[in-house]
Design a protein around this ligand. Structure first.
Ligand SMILES: Nc1nc2c(ncn2[C@@H]2O[C@H](COP(=O)(O)OP(=O)(O)OP(=O)(O)O)[C@@H](O)[C@H]2O)c(=O)[nH]1
Ligand SMILES: [Mg+2]
Ligand SMILES: [Zn+2]
Length: 329
């Protein structure tokens, strides 16, 4: 008896019901439109979106004549265990019965928090949120400051320097002039990264700028990769060809106005901010310290001593408050 042919694959992009899956294949890549078999996929009921770019899925190919098979969507029957989940709290889900965690990327091993020195304005507190989420998810993170062709105020330089000080790689690049792009390509080579940032900072432009440089080595593919300057509406994986021995994948995501961290308790926040974490539990009031006004608070002392930047302390207070109130304001 013939068994239904089961395949595995990688989710490239997808909306609620239809997903583009790159099937694992000996030869060249094969992409298929797929839908989820049945009503729900087991194990992902907790999330706003059942699957995200980067998910590895099991696909059941429909039987029947080849012509019918090619047009009908294949069926996704399962999702493999995720190595990492980069999610945020989706405000649209608050007050509805849909789960609030929206997965932006599955299985990513690098989060690139993208910013710009101007247009749109530099927002260091947005970066804090993305970096906290990456830490809580156990994913490495770096800051990419795009548009370095634009003038950066002293405040921008000072904040980026402080992110370096606390241990984050900061790459200054310009998708427009190509400055720093070779370094960025090297940095992401062989990794699986996700671009996160406000709308207009140039995430899609960065992907476009990475592609021709890489594609030049594998032939004249520039036309194929001319993705234009659209405002991104759907997260998707872009394969960066020839960047290294291991596959280089990058997920472009839609711009986010407000990033609400997900999956951590207010009390744990301190553990996910690098320069705060070593001070956890060391205040006079121990773990019950709110780090607002207590005497003998090590966090407040560190702010005074300049070990914790005031902006980061401000982020800490705001996010703690949000985590306590569930993000409703
Ligand atoms: N000066 C300058 N402008 C840039 C640079 N990179 C992108 N831009 C411009 O910034 C604007 C927004 O770029 P996008 O790549 O669409 O930004 P995005 O982050 O993908 O935006 P969303 O998809 O809405 O999240 C476009 O007008 C780009 O031409 C850069 O390095 N320098
Ligand atoms: Mg975009
Ligand atoms: Zn304290």
């Amino acid at each position: 008896m013939r068994k239904p042919s089961g395949r595995s694959g990688l989710v490239i992009r997808g909306s609620r019901n239809i997903f583009t899956v790159r099937l694992d294949n000996g030869g060249g890549p094969v992409y298929r439109e797929c839908r989820i078999k049945g009503k729900v996929l087991k194990g992902v009921e907790l999330y706003y979106n059942p699957l995200a770019p980067g998910d590895r899925v099991l696909v059941e190919m429909e039987k029947g004549p080849a012509s019918a098979r090619a047009s009908a969507p294949a069926l996704i029957t399962g999702v493999l265990e995720r190595r990492s989940i980069f999610a945020r709290k989706n405000q649209k889900a608050l007050g509805t019965n849909r789960a609030a965690a929206q997965i932006l990327a599955a299985n990513a091993d690098l989060v690139l928090a993208v910013t710009s020195p101007g247009s749109p304005p530099f927002r260091p507190r947005f970066l804090d949120r993305v970096l906290i989420q990456a830490d809580a998810a156990g994913i490495a993170a770096a800051i990419v400051c795009n548009k370095c062709d634009l003038p950066a105020g002293l405040d921008v330089e000072e904040r980026l320097e402080d992110f370096r000080r606390i241990g984050y790689p900061v790459l200054s690049v310009s998708a427009k002039t190509g400055s720093g792009m070779a370094e960025l390509l090297e940095f992401i080579g062989g990794r699986y990264s996700v671009l996160v940032g406000q709308s207009g900072v140039g995430k899609s432009s960065l992907v476009n700028a990475l592609l021709p440089a890489a594609a030049a080595r594998v032939g004249n593919l520039n036309e194929k990769y001319d993705r234009g300057n659209h405002t991104t509406t759907l997260a998707e994986i872009i394969e960066i060809p020839g960047a290294g021995p291991a596959e280089t994948l990058i997920i472009d995501t839609p711009g986010i106005r407000r990033f609400l961290p997900w999956g951590l308790e207010a009390g744990e926040l301190i553990l996910h901010m690098r320069e705060f974490a070593p001070l956890a539990g060391r205040c006079s009031y121990g773990l019950s310290c709110t780090h607002r006004s207590e005497p003998g608070c090590k966090i407040l002392e560190a702010v005074t001593a300049g070990i914790i930047h005031e902006d980061r302390y401000d982020s800490f207070l705001r996010i703690s408050e949000e985590l306590l109130t569930g993000g409703k304001d």
